[in-house]
Design a protein. Structure first.
Length: 237
């Protein structure tokens, strides 16, 4: 494994790896210690006390971040007739049916999110082996299989992100860019954490939120006090 560069080593020195930081402090430190020359993404990694191999302990869904992610997503909508027109008017980047299926089967996947009306899923199902591994398959659990295509498009464009536990029970999600104000990143972070607390599976036993880390693209991780993060909403009420 290659050694980290000087900038990374200097950034690491700013962080006390034995300390659990309050969310706002952790985010500010992650911004300060970012080593990228570009406007890096601020990411959150959450270790949950679940066993995803059991269906009733899987955590998956979507949430609209109040301040977006700092990235404009390209939306493809599978629809026909009036729903196709509705998608175009709502600002979808690509709209189609059989033509889009053929295009994707030909190797094109130049989009970030796919939305489909329920009647199109029989057609879209042919693309499972292509879109599934890329995380691009429309899914009713995250609101991308819907008759209300305008709402789906607006939410995605406004900053809707999907979250899903991996095999180890971890969730990785973007909450903005280093250039964001710390207060806005904190609100995005808290929205994500509050959502994860809300969707805790009934079958999950023991401590649910095991640990939280905030980091930036290519930057070091900053550990967050999970009790502070998980109770922030209660404190505000």
């Amino acid at each position: 494994m290659p050694a980290h560069g000087k900038k990374y080593q200097e950034a690491v020195k700013q962080i006390d790896h034995d300390k659990l930081y309050d969310p706002e402090e952790a985010i500010a430190l992650a911004q300060k210690s970012s080593t990228a020359k570009f406007d890096a993404t601020v990411e959150v990694a959450v270790k949950l006390g679940v066993d995803p191999k059991y269906a009733d302990q899987q955590v998956r869904g979507a949430v609209v971040l109040p301040h977006g992610t700092g990235k404009t997503k390209r939306v493809l909508v599978f629809a026909k007739g009036e729903k196709s027109k509705e998608a175009e008017q709502a600002g979808a980047d690509f709209v189609g049916a059989e033509d889009m299926v053929e295009k994707i089967q030909g190797g094109w996947t130049d989009f970030d999110v796919a939305v489909a009306t329920p009647d199109m899923m029989g057609l879209v199902g042919r693309l499972g082996k292509i879109l599934g591994p890329k995380g691009l398959m429309p899914n009713p659990k995250v609101g991308t299989v819907t008759l209300d295509v305008a709402r789906a498009i607006n939410e995605i464009k406004a900053g809707k992100i999907e979250y899903r536990t991996d095999k180890a029970g971890n969730i990785h999600a973007p909450v903005g860019k280093v250039s964001f104000e710390t207060a806005k990143l904190l609100q995005n972070f808290q929205t994500l954490i509050d959502t994860l607390v809300k969707v805790k599976p009934a079958a999950a036993k023991g401590q649910y939120m095991r640990n939280i880390t905030v980091s930036t693209t290519m930057g070091p991780g900053v550990r967050v006090n999970t009790l502070k993060a998980a109770s922030a909403k209660k404190d505000a009420e």
